[in-house]
Design a protein around this ligand. Structure first.
Ligand code: ATP
Length: 321
């Protein structure tokens, strides 16, 4: 262990994701195991700029593994994107004698990590976003929990759709990526999935719905918020099919809840990896899972590549519908 790493800091940034608390717990306890001091800045990069932090100890991260959200809170900070804001953040890291910073967040947050790195701060990222839209890792913390929440909601909607012979349009999160919609659609047995990456052809969908299997009593259309508004899709389908269409916008319910086993396991392994990277003197990396391996991916790769929804999964969901 290099002598220069004695004290590290942690923060959560961007949208909250279930499992962030499990990662705060794991990072703190593993840091303590490695005899490091650790503090947690509150409200993401905003807390770093305002020098707003708490001491983290094995004791005060107890009892949070099963809680959604983040006890360090999260925020978006425009000031951090300015040179002045960044310099304030760097001054506070120096003032608190921080030798390394760990940021749990999405790709926006990692741009911040990279900006700090090029100004001499040792910093690494842990992927934590329900969108799972970060290049270089198969999973980000929060995605699996969100999927589980969504498929349980889809099941509830299916019960009523079946009973009343109804068409339902279900809007899920995903402003720029269809990752959530495709995986929730496949796992939740949706009939059609609309994602930003694929041109929406409502006439084709309406024709298929009209000719759907005899005896089929429900049709579920999952739409990513970035593809179209559920209410617009419903209005068009109603016009084309001539059948009552109901809308359900799942909204913020998708973010909350106790993390799944997978998200807790990822949190533990990513946290260990992030602390180890700092101890090895590494910076400008993101922890990742590729296949079954926990690896470190350079942020240069993460920030310059786009994660693409697998076409085969999108197609399979429609084959099975
Ligand atoms: P999610 O996608 O889950 O919301 P995210 O990390 O991508 O997570 P963003 O809102 O994009 O969320 O970014 C979070 C914060 O990271 C921003 O509020 C800002 O403080 C910082 N950030 C974003 N982009 C940059 C950038 N280009 N340079 C420096 N900092 C940035």
């Amino acid at each position: 262990m290099p002598d220069n790493i004695k004290k590290i800091a942690l923060l959560t940034s961007g949208g909250d994701a279930s499992g962030m608390n499990a990662a705060i717990r794991a990072t703190t306890r593993y840091a303590k195991y490695k005899s490091l001091e650790i503090i947690g800045f509150l409200d993401g990069f905003k807390g770093l700029i305002n020098n707003n932090f708490i001491d983290l100890s094995s004791e005060n991260v107890g009892g949070i593994i099963d809680r959604g959200g983040t006890i360090l809170y999260t925020a978006r900070s425009e000031e951090f994107k300015t040179e002045e804001g960044m310099q304030k953040a760097i001054a506070n890291l120096k003032k608190n004698k921080i030798d390394g910073l760990i940021v749990i967040g999405g790709d926006g947050s990692f741009r911040g990590v990279h900006d700090l790195h090029i100004r001499g701060v040792k910093a690494v990222g842990i992927p934590g976003t329900i969108d799972n839209d970060i290049a270089g890792t198969d999973y980000s913390i929060g995605f699996d929990t969100a999927l589980n929440v969504i498929i349980s909601l889809i099941s509830k909607i299916r019960d009523t759709a079946f009973s009343h012979d109804r068409l339902f349009v279900i809007e899920v999160m995903g402003r720029n990526s269809g990752m959530i919609a495709v995986h929730a659609g496949l796992a939740g047995a949706a009939d059609y999935i609309l994602i930003p990456e694929v041109q929406v052809d409502l006439v084709k969908i309406a024709t298929k719905i009209k000719n759907h299997r005899p005896g089929k009593r429900h049709t579920l259309i999952v739409v990513a918020e970035g593809a179209a508004k559920a209410s617009d899709v419903a209005a068009s389908i109603k016009l084309l099919v001539g059948h009552e269409v109901r809308v359900s916008v799942l909204g913020y319910i998708q973010r909350g809840g106790s993390p799944s086993a997978l998200d807790r396991l990822l949190s533990a392994e990513f946290s260990k990896k992030a602390v180890d990277l700092l101890l090895e003197g590494k910076s400008d990396y993101m922890t990742a899972i590729q296949g079954k391996e926990i690896v470190a991916v350079p942020l240069d790769y993460v920030l310059n590549n786009k994660k693409i929804v697998k076409k085969s999964i999108y197609e399979l969901a429609h084959i099975l519908s």
